[in-house]
Design a protein around this ligand. Structure first.
Ligand code: AME
Ligand code: ZN
Ligand code: ZN
Length: 442
């Protein structure tokens, strides 16, 4: 045997003898990542995905440092520069950049958030941070759909394109942001206003979407505006045994009725129109009630909070807020309200075939025999901040044949669906990065 082979064999035996139990050794032992978590026969992209899922970037105290270290390692592997911008104390946005052959052109943003929502572990089949894969290839973990899959799919698509020696015309930025799940205030909302964001010279953005249980893939070109409102109802206090006039509870009842009657109407509109999805109607949900100190004390104030989601086609200021004011007036004296969220921007991204970005996106999907269903996103993502600064953004997570399980128990994604998504991004990244120069590039 050649000496070099002999010493390799020796090294392999040595590694075998010191590897921890339950760790399978991959033959490609030059790659430390696969040595750590690799499973025999598993695609290395899936292994990387499962490794990322195990990082506990979960609220209320996400381990963002772990995510930053992980992303640093990836940038090193890919040979890409990574820039970190601390937008608020302890809240860092990372941007990995693959420079195009014409860096003066508008760039493509591949955005994803690193945080995930908490779990009710007792309702999960497996540890929500173990990334267990069952016999059908379903990977269970918080973030499999929302949206650690997309992060790794972007990375793996870029890795493969680079390995093939592809050169792209436009620069690609992979952006990883914190705090999307808690409203984005210390993440994307602040970042889009910083000069570092401007310097990225973004022309078009991709961000998260939702799974689709059928064959089709859903794409989102706009979002409903979240309004989180608390209505405060003051009233006369007194003894719980009397008929006190003008109580907080009577006003509260009127407010609740107004909001919930409207809820019924909107539910009816959704259920009677075949072409409506959730994004096309306003949802109203009463989410909190506060007030009262004792059984026999009529309270001086009762408050009620609602989560409203309003389609971008509704006239927010003139119609919607006027309606709320009217409901408050009808309910009695002294009622006030305030907002914890009140998003007003209603920009939508063009999905007209004449739009060069959309055309590149949709033509690529068509070429891969993918059917697209265009919708308004029912909840709120970081895309709303990107659109609010005038940039086009499409919400897209390539997960068809998958139940929508974001924020739910037993969130999972099948590894085949995940792997197909990487191929989809490989094609999309090439198509978007090669959209010919246009007027916005000047
Ligand atoms: C309004 S900030 C909260 C953001 C959150 N996003 C998602 C996707 O659940 C939501 O829509 O409630
Ligand atoms: Zn998300
Ligand atoms: Zn989410």
């Amino acid at each position: 045997m050649f000496p070099v082979l002999q010493s390799l064999r020796g090294l392999l035996i040595l590694i075998q003898s010191v590897k921890p139990k339950n760790t399978q050794l991959c033959t490609c032992f030059f790659f430390p990542r696969q040595l750590k978590t690799g499973t025999m026969g598993e695609d290395s992209s899936v292994t990387l995905f499962r490794e990322y899922l195990r990082l506990r970037t979960v609220h209320p105290e996400p381990d963002y440092d772990a995510a930053l270290r992980f992303l640093d390692g990836i940038a090193e592997e890919l040979g890409l520069p990574i820039k970190k911008i601390e937008v608020c104390p302890g809240r860092v946005v990372s941007v990995m950049t693959w420079e195009g052959t014409n860096p003066s052109l508008k760039t493509i943003l591949l955005n994803s958030h690193t945080d995930v929502v908490p779990v009710y572990q007792e309702h999960w089949k497996y540890d929500a941070f173990a990334a267990v894969k069952d016999s059908e290839g379903n990977i269970f973990a918080r973030g499999t759909q929302d949206m650690k899959s997309v992060t790794i799919q972007y990375i793996e698509a870029v890795r493969r394109l680079k390995a093939e020696g592809k050169k792209l015309m436009r620069t690609i930025h992979l952006m990883f942001v914190p705090d999307e799940e808690v409203g984005g205030h210390k993440g994307m909302e602040t970042f889009v206003k910083l000069p570092e964001f401007q310097e990225l010279n973004i022309g078009f953005a991709l961000d998260e979407g939702l799974a689709n249980p059928g064959e089709a893939f859903t794409v989102f070109y706009g979002e409903r505006n979240p309004w989180w409102i608390t209505v405060r109802c003051p009233g006369n206090p007194g003894h719980g045994s009397r008929f006190v006039e003008n109580t907080a509870a009577e006003k509260l009842r009127s407010i609740i009725n107004s909001f919930l009657d409207f809820r019924e109407k909107e539910k009816g509109r959704l259920n009677t129109s075949e072409c409506f999805t959730l994004g096309d109607v306003t949802t109203v949900n009463m989410t909190m009630v506060k007030g009262g100190v004792a059984y026999n004390v009529i309270p001086a104030e009762m408050d009620v909070s609602f989560d409203l989601r309003i389609p971008p086609t509704v006239n927010l200021q003139v119609c919607f807020e006027e309606q709320i004011k009217q409901w408050c007036k009808e309910a009695g004296e002294g009622i006030t309200y305030d907002f914890a969220q009140k998003h007003m921007n209603q920009n939508m991204t063009s999905t007209d075939e004449s739009d060069p970005w959309w055309n590149a996106f949709s033509t690529t999907c068509k070429a891969m025999n993918m059917t697209l269903e265009k919708e308004i996103f029912p909840a709120a993502t970081d895309s709303r901040f990107i659109r609010a600064v005038g940039l086009p953004a499409i919400g897209f997570s390539p997960m068809n044949r998958t139940p929508i399980l974001l924020h739910d128990h037993n969130e999972f994604l099948n590894e085949q669906v995940f792997l197909k998504g990487i191929q989809v991004y490989e094609r999309l990244v090439v198509a978007l990065a090669n959209v010919p120069a246009m007027t916005c590039d000047a």
